[in-house]
Ligand binder design. Structure first.
Ligand code: NAI
Length: 364
């Protein structure tokens, strides 16, 4: 019997390719993992009636740890995000995304070393929405007027932005505990408390309160627009950054863009009981099924998963192999060729994965 049983949700789009690559690399690193395959995505609707079958959620509950490829979410209409539903069902309140420059990836900055901690359960992602013209929307518009809370145009669709003390305390505490455990020096809270006083204002107030319990770690806050400018001008100003959900989502891609792009940005969704590891990127329908995608983000997510499972040596071997493959950059995928302005041919996802496995078979 394998040492660890992990749920593998390949998802759809490039998820099928990145997940297969990840499995090969984890095996080449010597990790003793049994994969329990579970499905999610539009292709499950016909057979299960849902893009997120109950059996997939049960598999994660049973194994406590999962790694997931991206799942396509239809824009504007269609089913709600499988990712949001999974995070809700498993109470994965933290989204953790370390952002580290890897030399040779053509990143904008060579010295990015920061950690995005994003609240995962509420804010505009809570899914409390009223369709334009619906009975609910009409009642809510009338209620706001009655309360003197402001006028909303009658032809508006409405998304509600709840931010609670419970979730804010939990995410800021996670950020400080992470900083303490990993020797990080500073936590920054990003918000728009000057405009949204009762939601972002609450988040900031709670962040300040939690910070008082960690006097050894510096704390500051940034209004989200100024944060974006400060980050782009000099990412080395930041260490651990804690966000409400929506800003965290946007800032994750921004940070990934500063440090080599989505192809190499790993992440994890963590809750009190379960952890689901997944790359920052989506299903990339423009390149899916063409053996072109960069599997590094999912491979580095697997390294985070191995840390979580206590398999630190295997995790470090994978990170060392990734640093090595980019250091001479002879076998890299098209996204990196583009970022490095190279006219050398791009490697396929398969060729990149095989080279990474070859490096792992050497004594690193
Ligand atoms: P995306 O991340 O899929 O793609 C954005 C751009 O980056 C595309 O040009 C794509 O080709 C490129 N790209 C992304 N990952 C790459 C990789 N590993 N290697 C090389 N190039 C890569 O974002 P997009 O297009 O906004 O979303 C596509 C779908 O993915 C949507 O349905 C969205 O809802 C879903 N999505 C799912 C996520 C998840 O399951 N965790 C996260 C983000 C988006």
């Amino acid at each position: 019997m394998a040492k660890h049983v992990v749920t593998l949700i390949p998802g759809d789009g490039i998820g099928l390719e990145t997940s297969a690559a990840m499995q090969k690399v984890v095996a080449a690193a010597g990790a003793d993992i049994e994969w329990e395959l579970a499905e999610a995505g539009a292709h499950m609707i016909e057979s299960c009636g849902s893009p997120l079958p109950e059996s997939t959620i049960e598999s994660v509950r049973r194994n406590k740890v999962a790694i997931k490829g991206p799942v396509t979410t239809p824009v504007g209409t269609g089913f709600r995000s499988v990712n949001v539903a999974l995070r809700k069902a498993l109470n994965l309140n933290v989204c953790l995304r370390p952002v580290l420059s890897i030399p040779g990836t053509g990143s904008r900055y060579e010295d990015v070393n920061l950690v995005v901690v994003r609240e995962n359960s509420e804010d505009l992602y809570a899914g409390v929405e009223f369709e334009e013209g619906s009975e609910g929307a009409k009642k809510l518009i009338a209620f706001c007027e009655e309360q003197g809370a402001g006028t909303i145009r009658p032809d508006s669709g409405i998304s509600i932005k709840p931010i609670s003390v419970t979730a804010s305390d939990a995410i800021v505490e996670f950020a400080f505990e992470y900083a303490k455990k990993h020797g990080r020096k500073k936590v920054t809270a990003a918000h728009k408390a000057n405009i949204m006083k009762y939601s972002d204002g609450l988040f900031l107030r709670e962040a300040r309160k939690v910070a008082e319990s960690y006097p050894e770690i510096e704390f500051n806050d940034n209004i989200i627009d100024a944060f974006c400018m400060n980050l782009v001008m000099d990412p080395s100003r930041f260490d651990v950054i804690v966000f409400p959900n929506l800003y965290g989502d946007i800032a994750s891609d921004l940070c990934a863009g500063l440090a080599g792009g989505l192809g190499i940005a790993p992440g994890a969704n963590i809750g009190p009981e379960y952890a689901v590891f997944e790359a920052v990127h989506g299903s990339a329908p423009d390149i899916a099924g063409q053996d072109k995608c960069n599997p590094t983000a999912e491979i580095l997510s697997a390294a985070m998963m191995l840390d979580h499972l206590g398999e630190f040596d295997c995790a470090e071997r994978i990170r060392a192999a990734v640093r090595k493959i980019y250091s001479d950059a002879s076998v890299v995928t098209g996204d990196i060729r583009y970022a490095t302005n190279s006219d050398k041919p791009a490697a396929s996802c398969t060729a990149f994965t095989d080279e990474l496995c070859r490096i792992l078979s050497e004594d690193l």
